[in-house]
Design a protein around this ligand. Structure first.
Ligand code: PEP
Length: 248
């Protein structure tokens, strides 16, 4: 990667408890000691910790994001859910939408588009996850799937809005398997060619089994603005290692 701002988005999924507030102190200290380097660390803990995390990182360079929201912008009778306004009210700046684990539960592109519109209305920066399953890849449907995900999810969004696209091949999430650099580059170029027709101000990240052992290889890809990290981001040591290696 060149001299641009690099994003490290920590998706904690359904992990973490109050003791996690202590464990992220190492990352806060690391970011203070490395303030001359151009990076952004965005913690996306579960809802139960989002308010606490946001308070803890308030006077630091770290930021927070939610892992999902309800599609309705208005308050309402939606037991068990939160909307974009509630997230924004906590001091949260980002929201992950379209994650494959939620797509697998039935979220389709149109529904994700509604969530994106609500998030933007609340001035949250959207981190839109896209990616093909192993079956789609084997059936040579990757490009068709990515194009549809981008076009439907980003429908009706003002060209000037800032969006982060996270390319996450579903077969790579939590498996330890990552695409080859050639494959990744080809798919990123394709994604960029479609996204750039829809919005001007976007970043593109890779997600899927990023860890301290494969970061150097992934980092050879200049097209990337950073990484969405699941499992490895729950360890402050691994997260710091990944960031440090990105700058070597
Ligand atoms: C993710 O949950 O978005 C992810 C990339 O997970 P992992 O890094 O564990 O593959």
């Amino acid at each position: 990667m060149t001299n641009k701002i690099r994003y490290f988005i920590a998706n904690w999924k359904m992990y973490g408890d109050l003791s996690s507030l202590k464990s992220i102190q190492k990352v806060i200290k690391f970011s203070r000691l490395n303030s001359t380097k151009k990076f952004r660390i965005i913690y996306c803990p579960p809802y139960t910790l989002l308010g606490d995390f946001s308070r803890v990182v308030k006077k630091t360079s770290l930021e927070t994001g939610a892992q999902n929201i309800h599609a309705n912008f208005d308050f309402g009778a939606n037991t068990g859910f939160v909307n974009s306004k509630m997230i924004k009210n906590l001091g949260v700046k980002y929201v992950i939408l379209g994650h494959s684990e939620n797509r697998a539960l039935g979220e389709d592109n149109k529904h994700i588009n509604n969530k994106i519109l609500s998030a933007i209305k609340s001035k949250l920066t959207v981190i839109l996850c896209i990616g093909e399953t192993i079956t789609q890849k084997k059936n040579k449907k990757t490009k068709t799937i990515l194009k549809k995900q981008i076009e439907v999810c980003l429908k009706g969004i003002n060209k000037k809005k800032r969006v982060i696209i996270a390319y996450e091949p579903v077969w790579s999430i939590g498996t330890g398997i990552i695409p080859t650099n050639i494959e990744l580059k080809k798919n990123l170029q394709f994604i960029k060619s479609i996204v750039s027709k829809k919005i001007k101000n976007y970043k593109i990240l890779y997600g899927g089994s990023v860890n301290p052992n494969n970061i150097k290889k992934l980092n050879e890809i200049d097209l990337l603005d950073g990484f969405l990290i699941g499992g490895a981001s729950q360890s402050s040591k691994k997260l710091i290692d990944i960031i440090t290696k990105t700058f070597k």
